[in-house]
Design a binder for this molecule. Structure first.
Ligand code: HDD
Length: 751
């Protein structure tokens, strides 16, 4: 019954291919070189402007928009066709010999449809299979040419489009978001000198020091090979068996057992480039650099019981959160901060900057903010963009370079390699989301799924028949740092790599008491799931080297004695660090207050409508997301004979999906809620997970019915439990918003 436009569906790539541009060769086409005299391959400094195709990104917040328009397809108002563009008369029935007879082999429409469907899936990423991404831009704060000639840092205010993908590591593509895991934080910068991928994580260190161990690490954490369990979890024997035999993983394990591994949102995670990289300026001078992304939203995490329950209530919790924030215009932002240091400084550190299990404490090398990333547009199509995007550490631009970190060196190979099987061949760089915004020019040809139609007879270099083009550009192009190397070819690692404990201790000692207790609880949970006593024991023996009190707390939960410390791999005295408060999540409350925080208002018939409306409007005005929640959908009568629309039920929107709860006044409403197990569970869980609670008038009755304590365990006042009456609502609302901006009241915790 759809109205169809008179015209047939139209393929936007066609005018580009067969239109004006192809009939009249453009400047820069290889047919008509702009500098006709150029011959041979030694012409390094002059090349014709080769801006055919996507060319220079257009002005505006997101220049990737327009290059992608070429391939965007919108079916609205269009008739169906086959993949060959043939109009389809009937999409409901296959072609049969008699209505009850066999289906004809000639039904090419049926066969095309089924064949395409049969091949819809591609292999998922071998790690980081589950993720979500968004478009946005990076904006440089200042000219960094002193430090690097990377063009994205060349002037203040310069914007470079980005596509950023966040992910879990161990779980499969359909696994839950809120599992305990490292999160990937991968940024593709479409710079005007090619693509730069900063493929980082939300933790600044890694499990292993050498790429040689990566397949073993991943095999150990993935579901065990005999029965494919457990999904998306490190809490099993093979993982802990492996890491307990690899004491270099100790520092990373501290991070993974901390609340960093259960973020509240992708928007509230830091990101790290992990390795030491190099920046090179135009004079070829190099400085070492570490990359940090700091969220303007602050760093916030879930608590473990909540994370586990969200896995059931909404496995897409982080995906939905990112999507909704961007749709609502609350664009998440991160500041890019650098730690810049020289080789001489590096040589004086008591750790090796090539060791990816070490950080450089901010107190030793301060962070310098050099720009910000804003994510402001959701993808149009998950598969085409988020699934097909290919991040590779080998994608690097002039002005940046690698260090000799042996983990990074292996990664440079792995990412390009994996895309070849994942995306089906060597032309994955032509998939629109992967294509740079500058025109690609080289003599690489053919291969599966080739898109470019390279013109002319010349596909080699040096050549004279093509005027020598495309020609290398010499010092304008990518140049590696000239690092003098004269060493023996050996397998092994430097001695400083053998300190596996001092930074693990630094991390632990820099946490607040509540964060420390969460670390102990996480170890306990994971090792309880481990079935092999010897593995548990080895982990404990390793923990003794970090902190005997932590080891004792974990051992206690396992009903074990603390074993003797594992022998260390080095005789050198380990360095002692002062605590670094910046390593605590609580040190970054963020600047966005209560924006995008979700607040449930629990109601039933007889609720005080006036206070609900006041609370709702006030939260909305500050950018929070209030939701009226009740036992069933529909309308609820208020005590003043008005009606409220229920937005979601207690069953479909349980407590773990909200950052805070309000129970408004109304005797009848509260007594109805007090008889509903979902409502009782709701306030119990909000309380247990340390979230702000506001009760108005009779609303306090629901807490009593649920057995929620009115004070903290030590008897003192609970700052995030706000009791009020309709008359004092404005003041109470202010206190409630403060508590909400403060995220959680950990003093309440009894887990
Ligand atoms: Fe990796 C994916 C981050 C070590 C090999 N890795 C992948 C992704 C991220 C990271 C964020 C997902 C990118 C996306 O969203 O598509 N990986 C890291 C970090 C590491 C690290 C921060 C250590 C500092 N990785 C690492 C090593 C190797 C790999 C040592 C291999 C030698 N990683 C891969 C991979 C993946 C990958 C197999 C799977 C899918 C992909 O690359 O595109 O090549």
């Amino acid at each position: 019954g759809q109205e169809l436009s008179a015209e047939m569906p139209f393929n936007p790539t066609k005018p580009g291919e067969y239109g004006e541009a192809s009939r009249n060769p453009q400047p820069g086409d290889t047919h008509t070189p702009a500098t006709p005299a150029a011959t041979g391959s030694t012409n390094t400094e002059t090349i014709p402007s080769a801006k055919v195709g996507s060319g220079v990104p257009p002005a505006g917040a997101n220049p990737t928009n327009e290059p992608l328009d070429r391939v965007r397809v919108d079916g609205a108002g269009q008739g169906l066709t086959t993949n060959q563009g043939v109009p389809v008369a009937d999409n409901q029935h296959s072609l049969k010999i008699g209505l009850r007879g066999p289906t004809a082999l000639e039904d090419f429409i049926l066969r095309e449809k089924i064949t395409h469907f049969d091949h819809e899936r591609i292999p998922e990423r071998v790690v980081h299979a589950r993720g979500s991404a968004a478009h946005g831009y990076f904006e440089a704060y200042k000219d960094l040419s002193e430090l690097t000639r990377a063009s994205l840092f060349s002037e203040a205010g310069k914007r470079t489009p980005v596509f950023t993908r966040f992910s879990t590591v161990a779980g499969e593509r359909g696994s839950a978001d809120t599992v305990r895991d490292v999160r990937g934080f991968a940024v593709k910068f479409y710079t005007d000198e090619g693509n730069w991928d900063l493929v980082g994580n939300n933790m600044p260190v890694f499990f292993i020091q050498d790429a040689m161990k990566f397949p073993d690490l991943v095999h150990s954490v993935k579901p065990e090979p005999h029965h494919q369990m457990p999904q998306a979890s490190s809490a099993h024997d093979t993982f802990w068996d492996f890491v307990s035999l690899m004491p270099e993983s100790t520092h990373m394990l501290m991070w993974v057992m901390s609340d960093r591994a259960i973020p509240r949102s992708y928007r509230t995670m830091q990101g790290f480039g992990v390795h030491t990289f190099r920046m090179l300026n135009a004079a070829g001078e190099s400085r070492f650099v570490k990359f940090h992304w700091n969220p303007v939203q602050g760093t916030h995490s879930l608590v473990w019981d909540e994370a586990a329950k969200i896995t059931g209530a909404d496995p897409d919790f982080h995906r939905r959160d990112l999507w909704e924030a961007i749709e609502a215009g609350a664009f998440p932002e991160w500041e890019l901060q650098l730690q810049v240091f020289t080789e001489d400084q590096a040589a004086a550190f008591e750790f090796d900057v090539l060791d990816p299990t070490k950080i450089i404490p901010e107190e030793m090398v301060p962070l310098v903010a050099v720009g910000k990333m804003v994510l402001n547009r959701n993808p149009d199509n998950f598969f085409a963009e988020t699934e097909q995007v290919a991040f590779c550490t080998a994608h690097i631009v002039p002005g940046l370079d690698f260090s000799n970190d042996p983990l990074l060196q292996g990664r440079i190979h792995s990412y390009v390699d994996t895309q070849i099987s994942r995306l089906g061949g060597p032309n994955f760089h032509e998939i629109p989301i992967n294509a740079p915004v500058v025109q690609v020019q080289n003599n690489q040809r053919d291969g599966m799924h080739r898109q470019a139609i390279n013109r002319g007879r010349v596909n080699y270099e040096p050549n004279s028949l093509g005027g020598g083009y495309p020609a290398q550009v010499g010092s304008r192009g990518f140049t590696s740092f000239r690092e003098p190397v004269a060493e023996d070819k050996v397998r092994g690692k430097p001695e400083l790599f053998a300190d596996h404990y001092s930074q693990a201790r630094l991390f632990y000692n820099s946490q607040t008491p509540v964060e420390q207790s969460h670390i102990a609880a996480a170890y306990r949970f994971e090792l309880t799931r481990v079935q092999t006593p010897a593995v548990r024991e080895r982990v404990l023996a390793n923990l003794v080297n970090v902190d005997p009190v932590l080891a004792a707390a974990v051992a206690h939960g396992l009903g074990m004695e603390v074993p003797p410390a594992l022998p260390m791999a080095t005789d050198r005295p380990l360095p002692e660090y002062d605590p670094s408060p910046a390593l605590s999540l609580l040190s970054r409350p963020g600047e966005t207050g209560i924006k995008t925080r979700k607040v449930a208002i629990l109601v039933a018939a007889g609720v005080d409508g006036a206070s609900v409306r006041t609370i709702y409007a006030s939260l909305l005005a500050d950018g929070a997301v209030p939701r009226v929640v009740s036992s069933q959908l529909g309308k609820v009568k208020t005590s003043d004979n008005g009606a409220l629309d229920i937005e979601i039920t207690l069953e479909a929107g349980p407590a773990v999906l909200y950052d805070a709860v309000v129970v408004p006044d109304g005797e009848d409403s509260v007594s109805a809620l007090s008889r509903d197990a979902n409502a009782l569970d709701f306030v119990r869980q909000q309380h247990r997970h340390c979230k702000p609670i506001m009760v108005v008038g009779a609303g306090a009755g629901l807490l009593q019915a649920a057995g929620v304590p009115a004070t903290l365990p030590d008897g003192s006042e609970d700052p995030a439990l706000i009791g009020t009456h309709s008359e004092t609502l404005p003041n109470a609302l202010a206190a409630f918003k403060d508590a909400l901006a403060g995220h959680r009241s950990f003093g309440r915790e009894t887990d």
